[in-house]
Design a protein around this ligand. Sequence first.
Ligand SMILES: [Zn+2]
Length: 90
Amino acid sequence: MECEWCGESNLTEMTNTVYWELPDGTRAIEIKETPAKSCLVCGMQYQTEEMIEELEDQLYLIDTSKIDKVISYESLMSQPRLLKRNYFKF
Ligand SMILES: [Zn+2]
């Protein structure tokens, strides 16, 4: 797999803290231990498209008013979903 920034294939798996705006735009939350890729060449740490999509899907599907300002990725992803599928994706 190649780095999305510099194109080198020297990525390593890691976790980091990300700040994410809720889909309704009311606030941003801090998500700890989020899976990420880290590039050993350019030093960039980032989430891949798939990871971002998964995270955004989850935020759409759960009751975000019930989650804390700071949450771990694992507990965020284990929140019960309100909808059976994502109606926001066309
Ligand atoms: Zn890179």
